[in-house]
Design a protein around this ligand. Sequence first.
Ligand SMILES: [Zn+2]
Length: 307
Amino acid sequence: MNTAFAPYPIGTPGVPWGDEERAEWLSQQPLQRSYESEVLSVIERLRPRFDAEQYGLLDYGPESYPLMAIRSRDWRDDLPVVLITGGVHGYETSGVHGALQFVDRHAADYAGRVNLLVVPCVSPWAYERIHRWNPNAVDPNRSFRHGSPAEESAALMRLVALVRDRVLMHIDLHETTDTDETEFRPALAARDGKPFEPAGIPDGFYLVDDSENPQPGFQQAVIKAVEQVTHIAPTDDSGELIGSPVVARGLIQYPLKQLGLCASITSAPYKTTTEVYPDSSRTTPEQCNAAQAAAVCAAIDYALARQ
Ligand SMILES: [Zn+2]
């Protein structure tokens, strides 16, 4: 274990958290920004052009959060569905605002060609706390499975169940941040009573493909488009990115279904997960949002050209 990393301040090293440690962690998560003023207000401004619907409600004690989806207004049952999800990890800001920016600036280009279903902020409690977990210290993005322990994940799965076999492409928008290494991965190790092993943070954008159904041509089309906006992560000295072998430039694979990841919730032939790196001195929040929107456009264009 790298001695530069002190033990996580909550719990006992080697012992998984119980209720007391979870409560202590929760007490240290202050409100840092507003879902209502930063996300719901943007959705309201899109209502003249798109349909917005509430698909669930998170009820966390005194606080509750409407879960919102945006749809093409000209929805037609004979067209394929494109699913765009952001904010599965609430702190990954460009996933949320990149999805909203795509709707605002690019969605009209696809009218009459696909039905767009956009869920910009799957985990709003975590958006407000700039955190990865929900208030039960559960990661929604390991929870997309039957009997999910995360209501954020269960609600999205219920929404998508109605169209899951008609989805042509699903893109799930994420970030990898420096705080993954300094806070969130140490917290995960502490929660589960495991040692924390640093894996490094890639300096740049990368994608995650499905190892069970890889689509390398599709992934490379997305990388090429994003490269016009922000830099692609170089492979590290071990031939890896964040501990996984690099299978093509800026591309790793996970078994999406086995890990309960969001990108596994449809039977879409084309699936990808973006990982924007916002902490580089070579990028800005605007470029990160634009990179997410560019990834969405390239992914739809590729899928539409080959259906
Ligand atoms: Zn994420």
